[in-house]
Write a protein that binds this ligand. Structure first.
Ligand SMILES: Nc1ncnc2c1ncn2[C@@H]1O[C@H](COP(=O)(O)OP(=O)(O)OP(=O)(O)O)[C@@H](O)[C@H]1O
Length: 241
């Protein structure tokens, strides 16, 4: 059976001890859409994307990805996950890092070589392929993490604040690449604080204090909060009481 829903989140609640971080979240994300998760710091965005990626579990409720309840190892291989903090081997070069991830994803030698060249080109790091990661700047590490997430052509890309520390020119080209991937059928879930990025998403969800307070297209969110910009909508939903 064909299903158009890539991610289904059903009544997810997450507690860390007595601290309730996600409160009864239900959400559907369609195939081949760029879906943005917005919300103030501490709202629960990272916690939610980790549960969707299968690297954390909900206290109650459940999540399905590509028709399978998470966490599931086979499905995790079809996801590209870029965490908020870079998971890179500092003592290795960029190429060695990507070789390592490529092996984990089961890419053959020639495939690895080809994909490493392609993803490094996408993130603008071709010239720095043989440089050790400990010589990389913060922004370069972000770009390398994105390259690693793209390596195995995942059907679902989960990006936790992917463009922090990346200059506007490169940010624009990365977003163009995300749009191309979407046109090719990749589903992309992205957390962001950057409003012009949020505007590029097909749909957005706003989280506050672990609760889902609004879901819709950028224009719907502006309309429903009587705002002319997303920034205003974000402030209305995210901050003002
Ligand atoms: N492992 C953990 N143990 C205890 N509390 C945690 C843990 N992980 C997250 N939290 C708490 O959960 C809340 C939500 O954190 P989370 O990182 O999901 O927020 P966020 O919306 O991604 O914030 P930011 O935009 O700053 O990244 C915070 O109060 C945080 O302190």
């Amino acid at each position: 059976m064909a299903f158009s829903s890539c991610i289904t989140v059903n009544n997810v609640t997450k507690n860390f001890g007595k601290h309730n971080v996600l409160n009864d979240i239900s959400l559907g994300i369609q195939n081949a859409e760029i879906f943005g998760l917005l919300g103030p710091s501490g709202a629960g965005k990272t916690t939610l994307v980790k549960i969707i990626a299968g690297i954390d579990t909900a206290t109650t409720g459940n999540v399905s990805v590509l028709g399978t309840e998470m966490p599931n190892l086979e499905i995790m291989k079809r996801i590209g996950y870029m965490a908020q903090s870079d998971a890179l081997y500092e003592e290795l070069t960029a190429k060695e890092n990507l070789e390592f991830f490529g092996r984990i994803y089961g890419l053959k030698r020639t495939q690895r070589r080809q994909r490493i060249a392609e993803v490094m080109d996408i993130v603008g790091l071709t010239e720095d392929l043989n440089k050790k990661v400990n010589k990389y700047s913060g922004g370069m590490k972000r770009r390398l993490s994105l390259a690693a997430a793209l390596l195995h052509r995942p059907e679902l890309l989960i990006l936790d604040e992917p463009t922090v520390g990346i200059d506007p020119v490169l940010r624009k080209s990365i977003w163009q690449e995300l749009e191309t991937l979407r046109e090719q059928g990749t589903t992309i879930l992205v957390t962001t604080h950057v409003m012009d990025e949020a505007d590029k998403c097909q749909r957005l969800a706003m989280l506050r204090d672990g609760k889902l307070i609004a879901v819709g297209t950028p224009s719907e969110l502006k309309e429903s909060s009587s705002s002319t910009t997303l920034e205003e909508a974000f402030l209305t939903y995210g901050g003002a009481e």
